[in-house]
Write a protein that binds this ligand. Structure first.
Ligand code: FE2
Length: 200
């Protein structure tokens, strides 16, 4: 069992439903906790993808879209300063701040094989699928002279089949994540390319 296994499956308090950080508050937390610009960019990209997915694909209203966005924005907030306790620290911080349990559960379930928390809601399942793919697609864009411009789904698929490329990204996790949602991998890759290329 990983030392990062959270050892529980419920998070936060149901009475805090609807209690969210503002984007400004989340931004302050990120700036304090995450000096690494690349990691902050990763979280902003995941947040943009999550927000766009909620609005465009799930028909989410504004408060719901903010939940998806916040989960994306904060999911790796403790990674840089607390690598051995990654996930536990941000989960406990959000519980201390009485944040909506759905947001906390979403963050806790963004890596089931590591944190031992199964994604349950659509938001949970999407952060799991978007997280690894987003980082992988960004890596695929960075090696191109034109970055995201002209980046095609088929070239991302080809790189996924090249184990040496972005070797730290688990193809198994990607496969597992996509198997839990009813969305073709190609469609999800295109969606992520389209939405995260605007984020810098
Ligand atoms: Fe991440």
């Amino acid at each position: 069992m990983s030392t990062r296994n959270l050892g529980r499956s419920t998070f936060g308090d149901p009475k805090n439903a609807g209690n969210l950080l503002t984007l400004e508050e989340a931004g302050i937390l990120l700036n304090e906790w995450v000096p690494n610009e690349k990691l902050r960019l990763h979280m902003k990209q995941v947040a943009a993808n999550m927000k766009a997915w909620a609005i465009e694909k799930e028909g989410a209203d504004e408060p719901t879209a903010l939940k998806w966005e916040l989960a994306g924005l904060l999911h790796d907030a403790d990674w840089e300063k607390y690598p051995d306790d990654h996930c536990r620290v941000i989960v406990e911080e959000l519980e201390r701040r009485n944040i909506d349990p759905e947001v906390i559960h979403c963050i806790a379930s963004h890596g089931p094989s590591v944190f031992g928390v199964e994604p349950v809601s659509k938001m949970d399942k999407m952060i799991y699928a978007i997280d690894e793919l987003s980082g992988f697609i960004h890596a695929a864009a960075l090696i191109r002279p034109t970055l995201y411009e002209g980046l095609e789904v088929k070239s991302v698929l080809k790189r996924l089949k090249t184990p040496s490329f972005a070797a730290q990204v688990s193809r198994e996790d990607i496969q597992d994540a996509v198997s839990r949602i009813d969305i073709p991998l190609e469609e999800l890759i295109q969606f992520i390319i389209d939405h995260q290329k605007k984020i810098s």
